[in-house]
Design a protein around this ligand. Structure first.
Ligand code: SF4
Ligand SMILES: [Zn+2]
Length: 1005
């Protein structure tokens, strides 16, 4: 039993008699906080780590686990059920789906159950390592020394490498290999996997300049196969490993702001003291270099600084590197001690930045510390979704999902997120620029090699053969040669891609040009088959844009025609290998510090645009070639006129990039070496061709990320309707919980349709002064007059929102509304939301400042917008949510249309598959999920109260007890329909009055 675990028991017993005393809890919390600040002050002067007391807790038994919650908290029924479901799921390596409305203690429930399970698992892990026939003798306890596990692994690795010098140690099922020895350069931004075998194969390849792309690639396969054979023949027998896998918890949420809230909750738990954590964030959150922070693209700026070729370095990075050159468990432990001198045990991003740049130890980079160093020994890692789901970000981050427990909080949009993560988009310009950049580097390196070979011959004449200078020069040449081959493979692939893009875009363009006349005459909106294929459709959105979407079979055929279909897994691997070979030595140049040959290589680094483009294509190929996944893809080609201040007048390729390259200083190099890079044309002058490789199935990205995890926990306040998750994500959720809102029913006034026969369809709502808009205008005014504090009103589109506010203006209702509420509209740009929210909150809290009769504010917003998700409208900030219509996705959106078609096709193919859902079912689920999400803004904790008003006749079927569960259960239970608007107004008035009187003396939690 670990030290921290026994301490937890003592703490639990000690507090058992205080559990029902909330006042005591508050007093204790403030005492702990004060004590912490005092200690922090004195320890800063002592420069010693702060010894911080564990927060007080209350332990509750569940399934043999003692789950600790902050002292004084009595778990709600929903929380108890959630904890049990999670513990069961983790024990059985199964997945869990939790719907738990805000205010029901979701985050605490998720964290406490998972952390308690992890603490117990760590004991089991330590015990299993001791008794393992393979690792037992040398292994140490998990908590006592992380290093001991690393030592065991190193020994094992050395042993294995001595026996089999060509073989990279394979990850064992125990998971020790994955995490036990994670020493790597902290600053290495390259993909984590290094295909050594492939790099060697490529190095041995005798390039045939005249071969076609496919012939060229095919010749690689034999080399690789023979190498693999050598590897397999020399495999060795070892006693079976019986270690439990090491488990790490990844807690992901949508935004950094949500992550910050979760970390705050983590700090309230004893587990914050028993488990090590880190936070994966971007440079925007973590960089402390003021010069870089001023840049609009901090990532590129930081990378530029860190490259050897042009970079001047970053003092924060240098200092970190000097103190912590490797990211080993020992180094991580040392860093944690450093951080704890000024930061609390559970630090957040701000604390870390402060700790690493405070006076006593100024100037270490928090970005590399949090994302490369502290990841090594972390038990729990907090991060945004993208770090886990997006394959490109995941591969370049220190993320290891095998055997891990993954919590996806606020996961109601995870399906969309996954589809986007497996979809790739690029422009013809991007392809052309990438191709050019690599071609240029190929030529430069060619000239350099010729030049150096000549020098080498002269040197060998002058020096004796065994001279170290000669050996060094040879080594340098070999490295350049290897790099050149990787670059050549990359160039050939990009050239083939370029031809493919020209081909597909041109055929669409020609078809469109032929039909242009007809199209313009018959007004916009016509649809025709540009490719003659039954599944393809071309759509004119306006005179300046047209797009064509093709079925996966056509996409497959066109890739095949251009020999780009890397069906042979090994061909794909070879390209991947050559790309990794290029990126590894050139992305940041960090590995090259002080070494001449790598400094040389970084001169031949292709542009970051080329690297990003290659990454996208390789990830697409990886998905597209997976068995059974191909059918999920659609190819969309969109052509649109480039705006005049953009790139409208390019004629040829050199004209486009020439000026830019001159400014970047590339031209001088090119002139010096006498290189002339061949021109490559774009699809059409003055037009931008965008190629979209759209993925229709979220399961590709989801399974790509989580197929080797132990358990996935999906949680949100709004998973209803939940039936699509299993079908769409492609994994079973063995444990499900449909949450109850902890707010007592009488605190929700959920009214049904108003009886005005209001149906927010396009036909009913179009037109400047539609009856519908007039009715909504009256309803908004009437509700605002009866509701104190804040009112939120959600519309299915900006169009309808503008139409209603316009009608209010014309009918003179807006002035009446402004008499009682300050009026706000959701801004279109995210950057403008902050100030608007500040003003909204200020007016609700202090309405008399606005006008003498003002009682609060009203916010007009749209479903799926910035206001409908992720913003808490606690207490008086939202006493009423008015929901207009049903927010169905836009039927004119190509992706929505394709997604519906895709689901229908899948359903028709396997009618017996009850888990798959039709296009219409998917479409409806999207609408109701967005609706529920917006309605959840109103009630944020157990003492909160408010009215929810649903305005649309089509929702009346939800009043029936037999209705399918489309609206969240906690709202459904309180739904009432009104045939008479007067009755609704009276009840609303009474509800508001009663609530104000009842709750005025009741403190909020
Ligand atoms: S190394 Fe760190 S501090 Fe320096 S620019 Fe990059 S992210 Fe910023
Ligand atoms: Zn073992």
């Amino acid at each position: 039993m670990s030290r921290s675990y026994s301490r937890g028991h003592r703490s639990s017993r000690k507090n058992a008699n205080k559990e029902n005393d909330p006042m005591m809890a508050t007093a204790l919390t403030s005492f702990v906080r004060r004590e912490f600040i005092e200690r922090k002050k004195s320890s800063m002067s002592r420069k010693r780590p702060l010894i911080e007391r564990e927060p007080d807790c209350s332990a509750f038994p569940f399934l043999g686990y003692q789950v600790n919650l902050p002292y004084g908290i009595q778990p709600y029924t929903t929380q108890k059920k959630m904890i049990v479901k999670i513990l069961m799921g983790l024990n059985r390596k199964e997945n869990v789906m939790i719907e738990s409305p805000t205010g029901s203690g979701k985050t605490l429930g998720l964290l406490s159950s998972t952390c308690e399970w992890l603490c117990k698992h760590k004991q089991r892990y330590s015990e299993s390592v001791y008794s393992c026939p393979q690792h037992g003798e040398n292994a140490g306890a998990y908590d006592v020394s992380m290093q001991s596990i690393g030592d065991v692994l190193k020994e094992k690795t050395n042993e294995s490498q001595a026996l089999n010098s060509d073989k990279k140690p394979e990850a064992s099922s125990s998971g020790i290999d994955e995490f036990g020895d994670e020493s790597r350069d902290i600053f290495d931004d390259s993909p984590v996997e290094e295909p050594d075998i492939l790099t060697k194969a490529i190095a041995q390849f005798d390039e045939d300049q005249n071969a076609t792309f496919s012939k060229f690639m095919a010749s690689q396969v034999d080399e690789i196969e023979s190498l693999n054979k050598t590897v397999n023949d020399s495999s060795i027998q070892q006693p079976a490993c019986t270690c439990e896998p090491r488990v790490r918890v990844y807690y992901a949420s949508r935004t950094h702001r949500q992550i910050a809230q979760v970390v705050k909750e983590f700090s309230r738990l004893v587990y914050g003291h028993r488990l090590r954590h880190t936070i994966l964030g971007s440079r925007e959150q973590l960089c402390v270099n003021e010069g870089v922070r001023a840049s609009h693209d901090m990532t590129s700026r930081c990378k530029e600084l860190l490259t050897n070729e042009n970079g001047v370095g970053c003092s924060f990075r240098e200092k970190l590197k000097a103190n912590f050159p490797q990211s080993s468990p020992k180094a991580a432990a040392r860093m944690r001690e450093e951080v704890s001198i000024t930061a609390p045990k559970v630090w957040d991003v701000e604390d870390l930045r402060e700790a690493l740049t405070s006076d006593h130890r100024s100037g270490m980079c928090p970005y590399f510390t949090a994302t490369r160093l502290l990841t090594v020994d972390s038990d729990i890692i907090f991060c945004p979704f993208s770090y886990l789901i997006d394959p490109i970000i995941r591969e370049s981050s220190d993320v290891h999902l095998k055997n891990s427990v993954v919590i996806l909080d606020e996961a109601h949009n995870v399906e969309d997120f996954c589809r986007e993560a497996a979809s790739f988009q690029f422009t013809d310009r991007e392809a052309v620029n990438s191709c050019h950049s690599v071609a240029e580097k190929c030529m430069e390196i060619d000239v350099a090699i010729k030049h150096m070979s000549k020098e080498q011959a002269q040197t060998e004449e002058v020096f004796a053969m065994e001279s170290s200078t000669v050996a060094q020069a040879r080594d340098q040449l070999n490295r350049l040669g290897e790099y050149q081959k990787n670059l050549n493979i990359m160039h050939r692939y990009l050239s083939a891609m370029h031809s493919w893009i020209l081909d597909i875009s041109n055929s669409v363009r020609q078809n469109c040009e032929n039909s242009e006349q007809t199209q313009r005459q018959s007004q916009r909106g016509g649809i025709f088959n540009a490719w003659g294929a039954s599944q393809a459709s071309t759509q004119w959105d306006s005179g300046k844009r047209f797009s064509n979407t093709k079925h996966f079979a056509d996409l497959y055929a066109s890739l095949e025609r251009h020999q780009l279909l890397l069906i042979e897994e090994k061909l794909a691997e070879t390209i991947k290998g050559s790309f990794a070979g290029v990126v590894k030595t050139t992305v940041t140049g960090d590995e090259a510090q002080g070494e001449n040959q790598d400094f040389l290589l970084s001169k031949f680094k292709p542009s970051s645009e080329a690297i990003v483009f290659m990454e996208k294509m390789l990830h697409f190929q990886a998905f597209f070639l997976l068995e059974g996944c191909r059918a999920a893809y659609r190819l969309n080609i969109a052509m649109e006129e480039e705006n005049s201040d953009g790139f409208a007048t390019q004629k040829g390729y050199m004209e486009q990039v020439g000026g830019k390259k001159d400014q970047a200083g590339f031209l001088s190099t090119r002139n010096l070496m006498g290189i002339k890079v061949p021109e490559k044309p774009r699809v059409l002058d003055g037009w931008k061709a965008t190629i979209g490789l759209w993925c229709m199935s979220p399961s590709l990205a989801f399974q790509g990320a989580f197929s080797t995890t132990r358990s996935v926990v999906l949680a949100s306040g709004t998973l209803t309707p939940s039936e699509s998750f299993e079908a769409e994500l492609g994994i079973p959720f063995q444990h499900k919980l449909e949450g109850e809102q902890v707010v007592p029913e009488e605190q929700i006034f959920a009214s049904g349709p108003t009886g005005h026969q209001l149906v927010a369809t396009y036909n009913n709502t179009s037109g400047e002064n539609s009856i519908f808009a007039q009715e909504i205008a009256r309803i908004c005014l009437s509700i605002s007059e009866r509701t104190p504090g804040g009112v939120l009103c959600f519309f299915p589109s900006y169009r309808l929102m503008t139409s209603v506010t316009g009608v209010m203006d014309r009918m003179g209702l807006m002035n009446k509304l402004r008499d009682v509420k300050a009026v706000f509209s959701e801004p279109r740009r995210s950057s403008e939301l902050g100030p608007v929210m500040e003003e909204f909150n200020g007016t609700v809290r202090n309405p008399k400042k606005y006008s003498p009769r003002c009682t609060g504010a009203i916010m007009f917003a749209v479903f799926r917008g910035k206001v409908s998700e992720g913003i808490d409208f606690t207490d008086e900030l939202a006493r009423c949510v008015i929901s207009i219509g049903i927010p169905f996705p836009n039927t004119k959106d190509d992706q929505v249309l394709e997604k519906k078609k895709f689901n229908d096709e899948r359903k028709t193919k396997c009618p017996s598959d009850v888990t798959s859902i039709s296009g219409d079912a998917w479409y409806t689920i999207q609408a109701y999920r967005a609706l529920n999400q917006a309605l959840g803004r109103c009630l944020r904790h157990r003492n909160d109260w408010g009215a929810i008003v649903l305005v649309d006749q089509r929702l009346s079927h939800q009043l029936s007890p037999e209705a399918p569960n489309k609206i969240s259960r906690w709202i459904r239970k309180c739904l009432r329909g009104y045939g008479n608007y007067g009755q609704f107004e009276r009840e609303l008035t009474n509800f508001m009055r009663e609530r104000e009187t009842l709750m005025s003396g009741c403190p909020d939690e």
